[in-house]
Design a protein around this ligand. Structure first.
Ligand code: BG6
Ligand code: MG
Length: 217
């Protein structure tokens, strides 16, 4: 049986990580403080509300639950508007080729993303057909580093965790994958993603057979 692939979306399939961060920066500015660059990694991989809590804590701001909801909605509105400007250009290099090569090899694929926008984003980019299942932030209770989102994807694929390879760009996502018993390919910087089994710069550099040979030791 060929190991299945489960992809995080933001920063792995689509180049949206900076759009998320820049929109949080814009929100912080509106609230009267500057969100430091050191917060970039911390805000990756976690849910919108968990991100907002971190941003508000960073700014030393306390607001009611109702106000938190309004701020999260505003951030999402700005985020969606910023994505409209870039549309198809956000698909990261190598993604389409890699996904098509997996399909040709008969490798099952799914998405496991913290984003509540994952299903609509992939549909608008016409990538949704390449996945058996898209599990996103609307489908889970716990945010990464809890492995729930990847476990749900594995369940939909009907694969054991150890027979799946998770592709993930955030530290919290890599932690989720490893704690859930998955193989994990880190996407990005080796030093930042030490907990992954192997790290590559992006899907452009991905070679399924090579990855599988590393996984099987
Ligand atoms: C994750 C991103 O995939 O989704 C985070 O790494 C983002 O930066 C989170 O905050 C939630 O996304 P959304 O689209 O539901 O606001
Ligand atoms: Mg990500």
């Amino acid at each position: 049986m060929k190991p299945a692939c489960i992809f995080d979306m933001d920063g792995v399939l689509v180049d949206t990580a900076d759009y998320h961060f820049e929109t949080w920066r814009r929100l912080a500015e509106k609230l009267g403080f500057v969100l430091g660059d050191n917060m970039r990694e911390q805000l990756k991989g976690i849910s919108r509300m968990a991100s907002l809590a971190i941003v508000l804590e960073y700014g030393g701001i306390k607001v009611s639950e109702n106000e938190q909801k309004k701020l999260a909605d505003l951030k999402n509105k700005w985020y969606i508007e910023s994505l409209d400007e870039v549309s198809h250009k956000v698909v990261l290099p190598g993604v389409i080729n890699f996904l098509h090569s997996l399909r040709e090899m008969g490798v099952e694929c799914a998405v496991g993303s913290a984003s509540r926008n994952a299903a609509i984003t992939l549909k608008s980019l016409e990538l949704d057909d390449l996945f058996v299942s898209i599990v996103d932030g609307n489908d889970v209770i716990h945010t990464k580093p809890n492995p729930e989102v990847f476990k749900n994807a594995a369940r939909d694929l009907q694969y054991k965790e150890s027979d799946c390879i998770v592709f993930e760009d955030s530290q919290k996502g890599v932690k989720a994958a490893k704690e859930g018993g998955f193989n994990c390919v880190g996407i990005g910087d080796k030093n930042s993603l030490k907990a992954a089994d192997i790290v590559i710069s992006g899907l452009e550099a991905a070679n399924y057979s090579h990855i599988v040979s590393k996984m099987k030791g």
